[in-house]
Design a protein around this ligand. Sequence first.
Ligand code: PLP
Length: 390
Amino acid sequence: MSAAQVLARRLSEAQEAGLARRLVEVGPGGGPRQGVNGRDCLLMASNDYLGLSQHPRLIAAARAAAEAEGTGSGASRLVTGSRASHRALEAQIAAFKQSQAALFFCTGYMANLGLLSSLAGLGDLIVSDRLNHASLIDGCRLSRAAVAVYPHGEAKEAERLLAAPCPGLKLLVTDGVFSMDGDLAPLPELLAAARRQGALLVVDDAHATGVWGQGGRGSLEHWGIEPGREVVMMGTFSKALGGLGGYVAASRLVIECLLNRARSFIYTTAPPPAQVAAASAALALLVEEPWRCQELRRKCDLLRRLLARRGLSVLSSAGPILPLLVGGAQKALDLAQALWRQGVYAPAMRPPTVPRGQSRLRLTVTAAHSQADLEFAANALGKAAKEVGL
Ligand SMILES: *Cc1c(COP(=O)(O)O)cnc(C)c1O
């Protein structure tokens, strides 16, 4: 078979299994009401949880930074790409996360690759939740450390695996909030296990920063945990913070290791001024106006009630990620399609993003949705679910 035939066969197999992926075109404009493949829709799928990507203060900050410093940073942070604004943002992140230090990456994905592959290596042990995000899984693989996977959320099993003899470093790695299930990791138990076993606890707060905790500081704030030196926090500006860019907040020692060893930090161009300025403005806004987090919480509760009233139960009991379990990949696609015809867009999540047989519709709520929006979404979903016989 020729190379082209091999590739074509792989694609057609994915197609037949209902697993082929296609780009949907969203826009023009921003916010929860947009065109999706040419039909006006209510978006129930964005991770822009606080609606900050449309906030005038972020837009003005990005514009001013581009005008003052240009659109590109020209080199790696370690060559000539590092500016005062990068350092200032990192100080702001450390203060927000109550850590000694922080490092900013171009994306959260790159932060996770750099974090895991520079802290762990051959001879080390990483213990990882089965439902951890793909970027953590890829970071584990890249590290070449021994990787042991524990059943989702089971701290006892995590500790058993951590207790294995290991001459080097031990890392316990988890999402703070799981991206496809919307539930929280049992951080108090995981932290206790990590402490007893002399491991560092790595928490990916991509979906918790700006959302969980009274001040939106993330899952540690939610659980009332003081981030000691054995916790390494990771997060992103691409979700509730309305922009782009990953970060690691940790002890000075850990941050110094990343700066020296994280290849996704060293061998890439520094984030450009507009990205850094928008990130900084978002963090400032979150500190000054934490009411958006309460607003988001009210709306999450409202959508849950509206769905329950229609007999639709979701996997999570709180927070802006509301997964509606469907099962088969094709049926999840049919439901998403029926919903789109009703003027609401939420994508079907299928393997390998979720385990086989657990395809689902992943609905998200943002602070930018109105009560009328949520009622419209719940009605549309009720109709779409009947249409496909769910
Ligand atoms: C989105 C996400 C990331 C990656 O963040 P980006 O900034 O979008 O690259 C990492 N971890 C989790 C859990 C995520 O949901």
